[in-house]
Design a protein around this ligand. Structure first.
Ligand code: HH2
Length: 258
């Protein structure tokens, strides 16, 4: 899953794709490099990020979504606002990626009448404050329980399990140790065997482990990505599609020979 942030302030690629024609070109480049789907986001959720009004979020998304409708890969939209969900579904989005994990009835109602896939992500707290003091009794069990509650509510609302992915939300209200435990135990996150999506690309946990700045975290991101795939991740959300594709090609050839 290639990341396309249509934002001025995303932590690693903020401002690069604000111009729709640059964003559309970047999307085609990621598809050429082997992306199987794209995730379009118009509001940064990095720690401390400002909330973007609905109109501004839609103004950023609409031209890019319209231009990419026929691009040949499914389009996910990373949003936590029900109004934005409804509008992008009307524009042909294939998946809604909600970092609030469809916590609100409004979010559930926004996806219910459609056939879009739903990525249910776990976040403790709010982006403005989530990294201040995240606390869990037992991080894997706690995240698993919240994800199970959320996915059960979606299913009770009539959304089939085949439409649902889960994501432990690396860096969303988690310390380095929480992130590492979750990455090592991805296979334990769902009793139903729901597919796991993981986003670790260039994140601060890579910086904490390697001491590298955001623009020098590719090697660390690839290592985390492969570890996540080995632990059961089915979709990896990444900025560097070509390098990720190469790493996966080599790693899976070795796995097949084992
Ligand atoms: N991470 C980010 C945003 N959305 N969605 C899912 N499902 N999983 C993630 O791990 C995830 C996500 C944060 O990364 P990025 O989009 O690169 O930055 P920003 O939030 O600053 O735009």
């Amino acid at each position: 899953m290639g990341i396309l942030n249509l934002t001025p302030d995303s932590f690693s690629d903020g401002g690069q794709w604000l111009d729709p024609s640059a964003a559309i070109a970047a999307a085609h480049r990621m598809i050429d490099e082997g992306a199987d789907l794209l995730d379009l986001g118009a509001e940064s959720t990095r720690p401390g990020a400002a909330v973007v009004p609905v109109e501004a979020e839609l103004d950023r998304l609409q031209p890019v979504l319209k231009a990419l409708r026929e691009c040949g890969v499914p389009l996910s939209v990373d949003t936590r606002k029900p109004e934005v969900m409804r509008a992008v579904i009307d524009l042909g989005a294939d998946m809604i990626n909600d970092v609030e994990g469809f916590a609100s009835v409004e979010a559930i109602n926004a996806v219910r009448p459609s056939s879009v896939a739903c990525c249910v992500m776990h976040m403790q707290g709010e982006p403005q404050s989530m990294q201040q003091a995240p606390v869990y009794e037992h991080v894997i069990q706690d995240v698993k329980n919240i994800l199970a509650q959320r996915t059960e509510r979606l299913q009770s609302a009539g959304i089939d399990a085949s439409r649902i992915l889960i994501d432990p939300g690396i860096g969303f209200g988690k310390t380095l140790d929480h992130n590492l435990s979750l990455l090592a135990h991805l296979d334990e996150l769902s009793d139903q065997g729901l597919p796991v999506l993981i986003g670790v690309s260039r994140k601060s946990m890579i910086g904490a482990l390697t001491g590298r700045s955001v623009d020098a975290r590719l090697a660390g991101s690839l290592a985390a990505m492969l570890a996540a795939v080995r632990a059961g991740a089915r979709v990896v959300r990444v900025h560097d599609v070509a390098a990720t594709r190469d790493a996966l090609t080599v790693w899976s050839a070795i796995e097949r020979a084992a």
